[in-house]
Write a protein that binds this ligand. Structure first.
Ligand code: NDP
Length: 360
């Protein structure tokens, strides 16, 4: 419920109450649904920190966590957050009355002095709720224009959970200056990942322009040391293979579900040299032994990546291109009459994006 409703209802009887109270559902003890109590006497919170914003709530959504917290789940940490000194064992008071709920959609009504990206009245944020209707401005985002507040309130908690579980990863792309690399940097940035790239020094401007957060010149003598000094990665996309594989595997976070994906696999070489069946068996057994070895030694998932045709996925890419989030990186164009020259260009290596032949 939005506090402004309470204010309006009480405006004639008590102007001071107008500013000081709001309605809401609270709990005064942990338990089953009977502990939920409606009240109109919740003190309206005030903006105390320079980074706080105050939200007039239009809609709130529920999460399974709210049911668990109604029953006392997380009470120890919650109390610690409210009363940090309780870690010393002293009783610094109760966490009750407690307002449950995390997701809201509404309007900003007040901001701390350091809040710059939203302003009272003119923004409709979606936020993850923290202590009633006050929250840190970092948690606030602009409401999608095409949905209602009720629909908007359903988004933030699940979206932030999914993004943090699946997307907000630290990714290393080796060979970031080539065709796959220049595309992967942009895709991962559009998804919100932190991207580190290895490439030659003269490609640094290109990959940074595409969004790479950190760049390591692999031709520098101390490149392995530079990489080893960085925070460990959640994902490695290896476009280089060979000796890079061992180095990259050692750069992954151990025992945390980190994944190494290499595009440089021996499958086609094996089938060419050994025949289809033996080649596939040899490649399969090499993959299996590497996968087992890496999971046992460091809790790291080892995988081969392959091209897989997927039209609908390319539709998503088209939307990212149209939105300006992915730029095609075309290094060289050749007319149809110069296909051999296009092959020659590719054969020289050192690609910086893609080589294209114009047919018409
Ligand atoms: P490109 O030739 O377009 O790019 C390779 C890039 O890597 C170049 O920019 C090159 O630039 C750079 N590079 C070379 N050596 C290193 C190194 N040691 N460290 C960092 N960067 C380096 O290739 P693609 O991007 O198209 O493909 C990448 C790899 O993935 C290829 O081996 C390709 O065969 C494979 N691939 C596999 C697929 C599969 O289905 N498994 C599908 C697509 C690709 P420079 O030499 O100037 O540094």
């Amino acid at each position: 419920a939005g506090w402004s409703l309470s204010c309006r209802r009480n405006v004639s009887s008590s102007p001071s109450r107008l500013q000081s109270c709001m309605p809401g559902w609270v709990i005064d003890q942990y338990g089953t649904n009977g502990v939920l109590t409606y009240t109109e006497d919740i003190p309206v919170p005030t903006v105390n920190s320079p980074s706080d914003v105050m939200i007039k709530v239009y809609a709130a959504s529920l999460n399974p966590l709210d049911i668990a917290m109604r029953g006392g789940y997380g009470a120890t940490l919650l109390k610690l957050k409210r009363h940090p000194m309780s870690v010393l064992g002293s009783d610094y008071g109760s966490e009750f009355p407690l307002i449950l709920g995390r997701d809201v959609s509404g309007v900003v009504v007040d901001c701390g002095s350091e809040v710059t990206h939203v302003a009272p009245g003119d923004e409709f944020p979606v936020e993850t709720r923290q202590s009633g209707r006050i929250c840190d401005s970092n948690r606030v985002s602009h409401k999608p224009k095409s949905v209602t507040h009720a629909e908007a309130a359903s988004i933030p908690y699940v979206a932030n959970t999914a993004l943090s579980a699946l997307v907000n990863a630290g990714v290393l792309i080796t060979g970031g200056s080539g065709g796959v690399g220049t595309f992967s940097i942009q895709l991962l940035k559009a998804w919100g990942a932190h991207v580190t790239v290895t490439c030659s020094q003269n490609a640094e401007g290109l990959v940074r322009g595409l969004g790479a957060d950190e760049v390591v010149d692999y031709t520098a003598g101390d490149a392995p040391e530079q990489l080893e000094m960085m925070e460990k990665f959640d994902v490695v996309l290896d476009n280089v293979g060979g000796e890079t594989e061992q180095l990259a595997l050692g750069l992954l976070k151990p025992w945390s579900g980190a994944k190494y994906v290499t595009l440089v696999t021996p499958l086609l070489l094996n089938t060419d040299s050994m025949g289809l069946l033996d080649g596939i068996c040899q490649a399969g057994s090499s993959l299996q032994s590497k996968a087992i070895q890496n999971i046992i030694s460091g809790g790291v998932f080892y995988r081969w990546g392959f091209y897989a045709p997927d039209g609908p996925a390319l539709d998503d890419v088209s939307r990212l291109v149209d939105a300006g989030k992915i730029l095609p990186v075309v290094e060289a164009q050749f007319p149809f009459t110069q296909v051999p020259q296009a092959f020659q260009k590719l054969e020289q290596g050192h690609a910086r994006g893609k080589t294209v032949v114009r047919v018409t």
